[in-house]
Ligand binder design. Structure first.
Ligand SMILES: NC(=O)C1=CN([C@@H]2O[C@H](COP(=O)(O)OP(=O)(O)OC[C@H]3O[C@@H](n4cnc5c(N)ncnc54)[C@H](OP(=O)(O)O)[C@@H]3O)[C@@H](O)[C@H]2O)C=CC1
Ligand SMILES: O=C1O[C@H](COP(=O)(O)O)[C@@H](O)[C@H](O)[C@H]1O
Length: 503
């Protein structure tokens, strides 16, 4: 995400090695993203894709399967010539971390392939596997010397979830750092691939009017909402062991939180930006378990309908334990203990099977002293919100009060809107293009550093611990299609505030 990337840097020749190539992520997002990069002429001239399956797949079978995936999931009409050129670069190799000799064989196969393709030995290893395979695969790559940078670069892309709590994230970081240097690790979070999320930096630091009021003196509080309409679907086994908090908060919601609250970086480079993000995340006040219980609400959806769609009771989802107490909704109140944000509450919420798909950061400014207009009914006045949203529309909106035309002073709330689609004619994308391209050009500004990941887990750990101890006690239920458990309203109402309603 280099400044002036419009100048377009062609990535170095390289191999793109995908572990878990037979899986959903590779088919639905990674290959369609590579296709979009190919269509934009942003792949290296000398390039190969090596798909790693544990067993029983030939290169022809893999190409067929990836082509089917591409036809199903491409974000734009597939140009056969581009797709075929990309798939012609694909080779399947078999390697299973449980059978170390397969990695020795893979290493030899890669050397031969790269000699033929003249990729110069640069390799990007993308771990698109279940998280329990991240370390076994990395260890084998290390043991066979495939991670060693001998005149060529070697990079490791690690998918989420990065650990399941503070201790496991620390252990994973520490083990990976025995195998590679920090600069070789790309901890991916697809929220950072979203245009509106990257735009937070531009909004805050390329405009003169926001920064002076971006602090506790002018901001009353900030709400971050990531609501989803979809239920857990076929991911019961992963989700039941994970829950809404682990799945979304220390990663996606904290990316939004850190970009909106960080101090201005001194330079637009990976070190400066990532240091400021880590700094603000480490300033989130660590709550006691008692405080965590008071400052949170968790819920689980029951069966019902959202429009025409039938939603099963969460507890009846395939691979979910019948009496599961895993939360499908989480709302938290946090504070950031630093000079800029002292006393400003942050309310975060996320859940599945809710009424609308909605991702937004709503920044609520302090109310003006309405002395002059005290006769205006309060419900006609707008709350002063700046809203940065990626769903349902990508853009920014500002709510403010204005005079209604006419001889009297009547006031009404209005909204000024910027929508990406009205201004820019960008082709639809998967969200992974920028991230994959950045890995290939070696720019890790949009990837999480070890300290940020650990600071995120540190902040949510008391909630995990308190909820684990409480079990089913305190777990609220909610109807599909609703806004989540009603108790989530109390979290704000007791502070004299309320969640922003969709206009
Ligand atoms: N799917 C999505 O939308 C998203 C997924 N992610 C993350 O991406 C990763 C992959 O997810 P997804 O594609 O959905 O998962 P899938 O289960 O669909 O696919 C993962 C693939 O990994 C391989 N695999 C499974 N176990 C092992 C193992 N022990 N060792 C080596 N390979 C293994 C399997 O391939 P084979 O049997 O052929 O070896 C399998 O096809 C996960 O970490 C997930 O959290 C992140 C964001 C979104
Ligand atoms: O990583 C994940 O994100 C998705 C939500 O992503 P979005 O881009 O659609 O907002 C979520 O559904 C999934 O549970 C989680 O693992």
């Amino acid at each position: 995400m280099a400044v002036g990337k419009a100048a377009r840097q062609q990535p170095d020749p390289c191999s793109f090695v995908i572990f878990g190539v037979t899986g959903d992520l590779a088919h639905r997002l990674v290959i369609p993203a590579l296709y979009n990069l190919a269509a934009a002429d942003l792949l290296p001239d000398k390039f190969c894709v090596v798909g790693v399956a544990r067993k029983g797949m030939t290169s022809d079978q893999l190409r067929d399967s990836l082509m089917k995936g591409l036809r199903q999931f491409a974000t734009r009409a597939v140009d056969d010539a581009i797709a075929e050129r990309l798939l012609a670069c694909v080779t399947c190799v078999e390697a299973d971390p449980k059978e170390p000799e397969t990695f020795d064989a893979m290493s030899r196969q890669l050397d031969a392939l790269e000699a033929a393709r003249q990729t110069g030995g640069n390799r990007l290893f993308y771990l698109a596997t279940p998280p329990n395979a991240f370390l076994p695969i990395s260890r084998e790559l290390g043991r066979t010397g495939m991670l060693a940078e001998n005149g060529a670069w070697r990079r490791l892309v690690v998918e989420k979830p990065f650990g399941t709590d503070l201790a496991s994230a620390k252990a994973l970081n520490s083990e990976l750092l025995k195998l590679v240097e920090e600069h070789q690790i790309y901890r991916i979070d697809h929220y950072l691939g979203k245009e509106t999320v990257q735009n937070i930096l531009v909004l805050r630091f390329a405009n003169g009017m926001f920064e002076p009021i971006w602090n506790r003196n002018h901001i009353d509080h900030i709400q971050i909402t990531v609501d989803e309409k979809l239920g857990v679907g076929h991911r019961g086994s992963f989700y039941d062991a994970t829950g809404a908090l682990r799945d979304m908060v220390p990663n996606h919601l904290f990316q939004l939180l850190s970009l909106v609250t960080m101090e201005p970086p001194v330079k637009f480079d990976a070190h400066s930006v990532r240091s400021e993000k880590a700094e603000v995340l480490s300033a989130i006040q660590t709550q006691t378990e008692q405080e965590a219980l008071q400052n949170s609400v968790r819920g689980q959806y029951r069966g019902g309908r959202i429009g025409d769609t039938e939603i099963d009771d969460y507890r009846k989802t395939l691979d979910v334990a019948p009496g599961s107490t895993t939360e499908t909704y989480a709302a938290l109140k946090l504070t950031i203990d630093n000079w800029r944000w002292a006393g400003v509450p942050f309310y975060l919420r996320t859940g599945k099977a809710l009424g609308v798909k909605r991702t937004e950061i709503a920044i609520k400014f302090k109310q003006a002293p309405f002395a002059m207009f005290r006769d205006t009914p309060v419900d006609r006045l707008s709350q002063n919100y700046l809203i940065i949203s990626t769903e349902p529309t990508e853009g920014i909106a500002l709510q403010f009060n204005t005079k209604v035309p006419g001889p009297n002073i009547n006031i009404d709330g209005v909204e000024m809107k910027f929508r990406y689609k009205d201004y820019f004619k960008a082709e639809p994308s998967t969200g992974y293009e920028t991230l994959i391209y950045d890995c290939m050009i070696g720019d890790n500004i949009l990837f999480q550093r070890a300290d940020s990941v650990e600071a995120g887990w540190q902040a949510v750990q008391p909630f995990l611990d308190a909820w684990k101890k409480a079990g089913g006690k305190g777990l609220k239920v909610y109807e599909p299609g609703s806004e989540g458990p009603e108790e989530a309203n109390d979290l704000l109402e007791r502070d004299g505030r309320s969640w922003r309603k969709l206009g």
